[in-house]
Design a protein around this ligand. Structure first.
Ligand code: NAP
Length: 308
């Protein structure tokens, strides 16, 4: 059975696209992934998604979006996409189990924050270890935190965290930052930020929550332990694009390339959310992108109907 629209991904971008497309009577098929819901499934409280005065738990927000999409007729399957094939008039999305065919596709597979892979990191994820300062900084009022990384995100996160925390360690594995000069300048001139160069994270410890960050100085081999309440990882993201092979144009960093944030190099294939946007990476911006992709996909499908 050929469908009008397939949406690959089930984070805020994919599910918002599903809500809009379903309400437009496109009966979208959402290939949600075996573990559905995206990055918000790993967060606790979401306080910055408009409309929730008291905040909402990340998994609850995603369940609401899923139910809302289903309510309007979106079909959800819990499989992982493995390939997207351009057959001219139609696109085929393969999963490990099946093949699905459609006129249009929205890719919204997101990105996963890069992790350190050190002991304690997974254990304390969501209990002191965070990959989103914008989401979690407000929980660290008058606390001590560490930010790991040396790029723009690390500078931005460290600077932002000083609004809440009393002390922010900025831990970087080299003695030179890759961030842009203005961001470095801002961070280094903030009296609440202390930079620890040549410092590698060895492990994270705590009881119920994070309490200690163990570091190794890779120049002196000196080991130190910092007492911290929170650890923010800002060591980059990995866009989920492996399954595309070289069928769709990607940026050097592996994100889907798009001149306008919606259209990809394959006609009839649209993109939304963190798999394209490496800058804002917020649930609300991803949801907005999902809406845009669904509206543009709808227009594209109308042009196909006009030709028939
Ligand atoms: P990034 O530029 O890739 O920087 C990642 C940082 O994490 C690097 O300093 C890297 O160290 C470090 N790192 C990577 N793996 C590590 C590991 N296993 N252990 C310890 N450190 C590790 O990522 P980003 O900062 O998220 O920025 C991504 C893109 O978004 C960039 O283009 C950036 O300009 C943009 N951005 C822009 C803004 C803004 O304009 N306001 C804000 C945020 C991000 P090395 O340097 O040693 O490789």
């Amino acid at each position: 059975m050929k469908r009008k629209l397939i949406i690959v991904g089930s984070g805020p971008a994919g599910l918002t696209a599903a809500i809009y497309a379903a309400r437009a009577d496109l009966n979208p098929l959402v290939i949600a992934g075996v573990t559905w819901g995206g990055q918000l499934m790993n967060t606790t409280e979401v306080e910055n998604f408009p409309g929730f005065i008291e905040g909402i738990k990340g998994p609850d927000l995603m369940s609401n979006m899923l139910e809302q999409a289903k309510r309007f007729g979106a079909e959800i399957i819990y499989e992982n996409a493995t390939q997207v094939i351009d057959k001219g008039d139609s696109k085929v999305v393969k999963t490990y189990e099946n093949e699905y065919e459609s006129d249009a596709v929205i890719l919204a597979t997101g990105a996963t924050p890069r992790l350190l892979n050190v002991p304690g990191e997974t254990k304390f994820y969501g209990r002191g270890v965070s990959t989103c300062a914008t989401c979690d900084a407000a929980f660290y009022k008058e606390k001590t935190v560490a930010v790991i990384g040396g790029g723009d995100s690390a500078m931005e996160d460290a600077t932002f965290l000083t609004r809440f925390a009393t002390k922010v360690y900025l831990v970087h594995r080299r003695d030179e930052f890759r961030a842009s000069p203005i961001m470095i300048h801002r961070a280094l001139n903030n009296p609440k930020i202390e930079v620890l160069y040549n410092s590698q994270v060895e492990s994270i410890e705590g009881e119920l929550k994070v309490s200690t960050l163990n570091l190794l100085n890779n120049k002196t081999n000196e080991k130190t332990s910092l007492k911290v309440d929170g650890i923010f990882l800002a060591i980059g993201h990995i866009p989920v694009t492996d399954f595309l092979g070289n069928t769709i144009e990607l940026t050097e960093e592996g994100y889907i390339k798009s001149s306008d944030g919606v259209h990809t190099s394959m006609q009839g294939v649209f993109v939304a959310g963190d798999v394209e946007d490496h800058k804002y990476r917020q649930a609300i911006t991803a949801a907005g992108a999902g809406c845009r992709a669904a509206l543009d996909a709808q227009k594209w499908l109308e042009t196909l109907e006009d030709k028939e």
